[in-house]
Design a protein around this ligand. Sequence first.
Ligand code: PRP
Ligand code: ADE
Length: 179
Amino acid sequence: MSQERLRRIRDRVRPFPDFPEPGVLFRDISPLLKDPVAFRTLIDLLEDHVRASCPKIDLIVGLDSRGFLIGPPLAQRLGIGFVPVRKKGKLPGATESISYSLEYGKAELEIQSDAVEPGQKVVIVDDLLATGGTMCAACELLKRLKAEILECLVIIELKSLKGLEKLNSIPFYSLLQYD
Ligand code: PRP
Ligand code: ADE
């Protein structure tokens, strides 16, 4: 993976101190989404990674809401389906739900009970791992549906918040790391 391509992506992530609350350094990916060359490069790198690391993947699972910006284009590139994990109250029909904490609050995530068949192999995608609360909650939902989680995949990992420790032995990959 070329350092030059990674640098192009890193250059399009903007830091905002004290958002959405004092003490949080918010990493904003809006400039990355707005730059078509950088955004295509991002999807290129994620596609290369998933093809190499998870060749047997059945589905991409994306997390509400920034995981929805990355998951569908990646799934299209891979020629596979996309499954949304949504914040509470948005999905019709039978759902599994779970409460969790993240860096700046609490929330509840849901997945449709028939979204994944038992044994299907999934990669869970989000923009960022901070405390790991969100990703860990999503893993629990997928485990309840008896999916096989091949990997948790993010653009940005905030290493100082130690989210990776919460994921225990689930394989994890981040493109960019910040202290
Ligand atoms: C953000 C981000 C991750 C999560 C990471 O989502 O997109 O999903 O926080 O934090 P954690 O590792 O501490 O759980 P947020 O809930 O702010 O929702 P959004 O994507 O709709 O902005
Ligand atoms: N989600 C949780 N923590 C975050 C941060 N520091 N920047 C952007 N998104 C986040």
